[in-house]
Design a protein around this ligand. Structure first.
Ligand code: R5P
Length: 286
C-alpha cells in the first residue's frame, strides 16, 4: 500500500486523493514555534511508498513540504512521490531584472532533492517542469472546472489573456458546447493595473465564462468581467484552477458583477467547488 501525507496547506485535496483509493491517509503532527520555526512530523507507517501532498502558496508552505519529504524518508519510505497541487513562485520563472533570481528554479531544485518524482497541477508555465531534476508530470485540471456550470445561454468561454486560451478551450470542451475567445491584456508592472482590449466576439445577452489558471489579486479577472458587463454580457462566471484570492480579490470580483466564482482545491478556499484529486490519481496510477 501507499501512505498519503498531507501538508497543512493541502489537507482537503489529500483526503480527496485518499478517497480515490490510491493510498491511505497518515495524520502528521504540525507544530509552529514562537521563533517562527516549523516542525512537521509523520507517524510510523509500514508502507515503502509515500505520497507527500503540499501546495506551496507561501514560503512557509515550501519549508513544510521539504520537512515532510525528509520525514517520510526517515520513517522508512523508499519511494516518494511529491504532489504539488499549486506550485508557488511559478510566475518568477525568469530573472526579469539584473540581480533577480529565477525563484521557481530554486524551489524546484530544493523540492527535487527529497523525492523520486513530482506531480504538479497546472503550473503557470509548463516549462517550469524543466527545473525539477526528477521525473515530473503535469496534471491539467481545467476540465473539472466545467462541472459546476449550470445551463448556460449561448455560452462564450473567454481567456483573459492569450496564454489562457488552452485552458478556456479545455473547459469549453468539458462543458460540451460554446465558443472560445481571448482578450489582449496589458499590465502596468509598476502599479499592477490591468487593461483589457476585448475581441470582436458578440457577447450581448450571452453567458460568459472567463477561465484563467490563477486568480491572485483579482485584477485580471475583474478587469475582464467589467469589460464583458459593459458590452452587455448576461451572466459572467469566473473560473480558475488556483484560487489564490489575495487581499481584496474576492470583493473586486463581486464589485465587478461576477455571477459565480469557481476554483479547485489546489488552494483551499470557500469557492473551491471542484477537486483536482481524480486527475492527480489518474497521473499517479499512470
Ligand atoms: C497571468 O499570466 C496569470 O495567468 C493570471 O492571469 C494572473 O496571475 C492573475 O493575477 P491577478 O489576479 O493578480 O491579476
Amino acid at each position: 500500500m501507499v501512505t498519503i501525507v498531507p501538508a497543512p496547506s493541502s489537507q482537503s485535496v489529500a483526503a480527496a486523493l485518499a478517497a480515490t483509493g490510491v493510498g491511505t491517509l497518515a495524520t502528521p503532527t504540525y507544530e509552529w514555534f514562537t521563533d517562527d520555526e516549523i516542525l512537521l512530523s509523520v507517524p510510523d507507517f509500514d508502507d515503502e511508498r509515500a505520497i507527500v501532498v503540499g501546495s506551496t502558496a507561501t514560503s512557509d508552505a515550501h519549508v513544510e513540504l521539504l520537512q515532510l519529504q525528509d520525514a517520510v524518508r526517515e520513517a522508512g519510505a523508499r519511494d516518494v512521490t511529491t504532489v504539488i497541487p499549486y506550485l508557488g513562485y511559478a510566475r518568477q520563472d525568469q530573472a526579469f531584472k539584473p540581480g533577480q533570481p529565477v525563484s521557481v528554479r530554486a524551489m524546484a531544485k530544493a523540492i527535487s532533492t527529497g523525492t523520486d518524482r513530482v506531480v504538479v497541477v497546472n503550473p503557470h508555465e509548463p516549462g517550469v517542469t524543466d527545473f525539477f531534476t526528477v521525473p515530473t508530470e503535469v496534471v491539467d485540471a481545467a476540465a473539472a472546472l466545467a462541472d459546476p456550470l449550470d445551463d448556460l445561454s449561448e455560452p462564450l468561454f473567454v481567456a483573459p489573456d492569450k496564454g489562457a486560451t488552452e485552458l478556456a478551450t479545455t473547459t469549453r470542451d468539458a462543458y460540451g458546447r460554446g465558443d472560445v475567445d481571448y482578450f489582449e491584456k496589458e499590465r502596468d508592472y509598476d502599479t499592477g493595473a490591468v487593461e483589457h482590449t476585448p475581441s470582436d466576439a458578440p457577447v450581448t445577452g450571452r453567458d460568459v465564462v472567463v477561465v484563467d489558471d490563477i486568480i491572485a489579486t483579482g485584477g485580471t479577472m475583474s478587469s475582464a468581467i467589467e469589460v464583458l458587463a459593459d458590452r452587455g454580457a448576461a451572466r459572467v462566471y469566473a473560473l480558475c484552477v488556483h484560487p489564490v484570492l489575495a487581499g481584496a480579490a474576492r470583493t473586486k470580483l463581486a464589485a465587478a458583477g461576477v455571477e459565480r466564482v469557481v476554483g479547485t482545491d489546489t488552494i483551499e478556499q470557500p469557492i473551491s467547488d471542484v477537486s483536482v484529486a481524480p486527475a492527480v490519481a489518474d497521473a499517479i496510477d499512470g
